[in-house]
Design a protein around this ligand. Sequence first.
Ligand code: F6P
Length: 386
Amino acid sequence: MPYPDAVNCHAVFSSGVDLEQIRRIAVNTGGGDAPGLNAVIRSIVLSALRRGWEVVGIRKGYEGLLDTSKIMQLDRDSVRGITHLGGTILGTTNRNSPFEYPVRVSGGGTTLVDRSDEVVENFRRLQIDALIAIGGDGSMRIASGLVKKGLPIVGVPKTIDNDLSGTVITFGFDTAVTVATEAIDRLHSTAEAHERVFVVEVMGRYAGWIALHSGVSATADVVLIPEIPYDIDAVCAKIMDREARGRRFSIVVVAEGARPKDGEIVAKDQGAGREKLLGGISERLAAEIQERTGKETRTVVLGHLQRGGGPTTFDRLLALRFGAAAVRMVADRRFDVMVALDPPTVLAVPIEVATERMKSVPLDCDTMLTARDLGISFGDDGGGGV
Ligand code: F6P
């Protein structure tokens, strides 16, 4: 329901802004999906409708602004009952940036074309007053480029990897950590029963947040993160140290972006305009552990289970808060910003803060220190442990 009159609007949102200038806003979701996307969408739609605005959804990242048949009207009914659902009702993609859009060329292959002017043109033609772009670093980079072309955009940070700067946490991360923790918990009993080593590979791209938080919570013995290239001797020493103390099984959590001291990240090239696909380190690591320690070693790759399904309560609430805050930014006509969590507050930071550098795990952060005090090895300490 729109506010009954403009006076009330200004009474509630007294930011000196003429709210009547906003009539229609758009929302899109870009990059890999993360649990909580639907909660943000619902929060944006309801908060906008309350202000008397119209909301349109742009399907599949920016595809809907290149092919406007993919625009959908979002009303109260379209967002009913979706807060707890995984995925995104708008669809998403982690390819096809409008600035580097892959186009097939005759004779095979693809070339990258800048189609951002079409996005700007369609945005104006559809009389959209503002866009709320929900996404990770790639999406924030696109948003930043479009802001430079004059589009009024507010970003909402999303990624299970938690590697976006400017915000203490992104929604989706808590769900991924919860899934990984539960999985590692389950592996303890089978590892112990068979006296095996388990190597559990988790996502996170070039940051070790998921590995660190799930590894510590689920009492892993070794946690390998991209921020600390590991020494295989140190990993095996930790396993053998446990063996000597009668603990004949071990759990190693490895981030997909981890690499040995003298080696490379395991990744597949996905072609022009696409990020490398990380994954496969657990197989290599397990083979080496088995060979060096003589211990039977198995691998578990958690993969997309970490981002499938509904969000945890923490992620739901954060997503709802981010969505409502983004609408307040639009109402205040604060663009070129991303909403961010600086506990306990949700505030705005310049979008560029999110894209300038990746947020790695600080090696002196409290969770790292806790892990070391608990005797967890990061593959850099010759076995560590107590
Ligand atoms: O960025 C989220 C993420 O799940 C990463 O952790 C992972 O490396 C990547 O996306 C997987 O991408 P895709 O969905 O293309 O397999």
